[in-house]
Design a protein around this ligand. Sequence first.
Ligand code: PGA
Length: 253
Amino acid sequence: MRPTIIVGNWKMHTTRTEAANLAAAINDCLHTRTLAPNDRIILCPPFPFLEVVQQQISHAQLFLGAQNLYPGDAGAYTGEVSAPMLRSVGCQYVIVGHSERRKIFGETNNLINAKLKAARQHGLTPILCVGETWEERCANQTETVIAHQLSEGLADIEAGTSPAFCIAYEPVWAIGTGHAATPEQAQVVHRFIRQWIAAQYGDPFADELPILYGGSVNPSNAAALLSQPDIDGALVGGASLKADSFCAIIDAG
Ligand code: PGA
């Protein structure tokens, strides 16, 4: 059985003190819960607060992740952060190809592919985000768009040790809008992603691959989303910024 993975993507929110307090509150709340043995909770704070968040983590199933990385190891890349740097502050996961990075910062599938390779080369598990816009959905392009993001994003990526990466399906129209995909809408796309992965990597790998849903997940809709057969977790933005709501989503898993 696949584990449940709940990721908090704090985006460009929190101060240093707020980040430490939020991480400590989530860590405390996990100590009062009994999670299934392989379930994982991942916190992705802004870069400057990675270390202070890591210092709050004592629960064995709570991990540190970053929101982005640059594919080079080191060098003249002003403002960028590399995989070895992330590893050195305790990161084990990294979000790659979030739709905000694609849209606002012009990230291409090729760059995202390079980031995935750099992450894996340095022992970070990448969480590859894919998803369609509302216009693409209305034009019945959802599967075409996602297949394209997967084939270019995962180009030359070997399966390796399983699971070598995670996928997050994040419909762009659901992110930060308060309008999550329905569980049925999300399940259809998650099933499509798993079938696409099975065709490329084989059934055993696809069966173990965690596929997370992201886009307006909150304590009220989490249980229904997470009960779908191909939804293995959640990538949570706004609702991850309060310990109460994030822990309620964990409880729904
Ligand atoms: P949201 O963000 O939960 O605020 O919609 C999700 C995400 O962008 O990862």
